[in-house]
Design a protein. Structure first.
Length: 261
């Protein structure tokens, strides 16, 4: 089982209930993961290399209906390759989201060795398990993860692949947790919705296990209704990347605000 099930033809996807967001439609992290995982699945055949960076723009709410994706190379054939992938709801000509993934073919260089920064290995199982319910009360993306918090880091373990055959440890495997950075560190809780219209992740190396940690930060300007979020991405051995996003502050939907009161 995967969070998105592939259709009968390439580029067709059916979201399962575990792809849902907290309000309605798809979770941003699920969208980002799908668009990136599809490019990673093609990378070996197309000789694009390893995905090291992605910027995703969430253009409008993506419905829980059948989807189609459209992969379009922007630059390929060199050491650095840039590939776009765009998501549409079936029957809609306006895209819901688009991702631009940068991939590189790794190459050793002759240079003095740089000391590796090490840290004490972490076992997230030592921290308490946390559960977060959706506003609509139905299954959602968080139900596909174990979540734990300790020592200023939120740890996530995604228990299902985003798509069947997704390479473990790829860039797509960190995007679900990374998309929570702005929410983990939100300055105020249960006051406004803090959706992120974009998501950018840089990854230095693949995680060594399924546990992904986010040491998050966020700043809000409530007078302008804007904010930023971001943080450091970790695996159980230390830092492996970074995440950033813009934040658009909006009032809670009335039914959600009442349920949280």
């Amino acid at each position: 089982m995967a969070i998105f099930e592939s259709g009968r033809t390439a580029g067709r996807w059916q979201p399962t209930p575990l792809a849902a967001g907290p309000f309605s439609g798809l979770q941003g992290g699920a969208i980002a993961s799908l668009l990136t995982a599809e490019i990673e699945a093609l990378a070996s055949t197309c000789k694009w290399g390893t995905a090291v960076s992605v910027t995703v723009s969430f253009l409008k709410p993506a419905p829980m209906t059948e989807l189609r994706t459209q992969v379009a190379p922007l630059r390929e054939g060199g050491r650095v390759n840039v590939i776009d992938n765009t998501m549409f709801a079936i029957g809609d000509t306006e895209p819901c989201a688009t991702a631009r993934v940068t991939l590189t073919n790794e190459r050793a260089i002759e240079a003095p060795e740089i000391p590796v920064i090490t840290s004490t290995p972490v076992d997230p199982l030592h921290y308490p398990l946390r559960t977060v319910a959706s506003f609509h009360g139905r299954p959602w993306m968080m139900n596909a993860m174990d979540a734990r918090m300790g020592d200023g880091v939120a740890w996530f373990h995604q228990n299902l692949p985003i798509i069947e055959g997704a390479a473990p440890g790829g860039l797509s495997s960190v995007l679900g947790p990374a998309d929570w950075a702005h929410g983990i560190a939100r300055p105020l809780h249960n006051v406004v919705a803090d959706s992120n219209p974009n998501l950018t992740v840089q990854l230095l190396k693949a995680p060594v296990s399924g546990w992904i940690g986010i040491r998050a930060n966020a700043q809000w300007d409530t007078q302008r209704g804007l904010g930023i979020g971001g943080g450091t991405i970790l695996d159980v051995q230390g830092e492996i990347g970074s995440v950033s996003m813009a934040v658009a502050l909006t009032p809670f939907p009335k039914q959600a605000a009442a349920a949280r009161a």
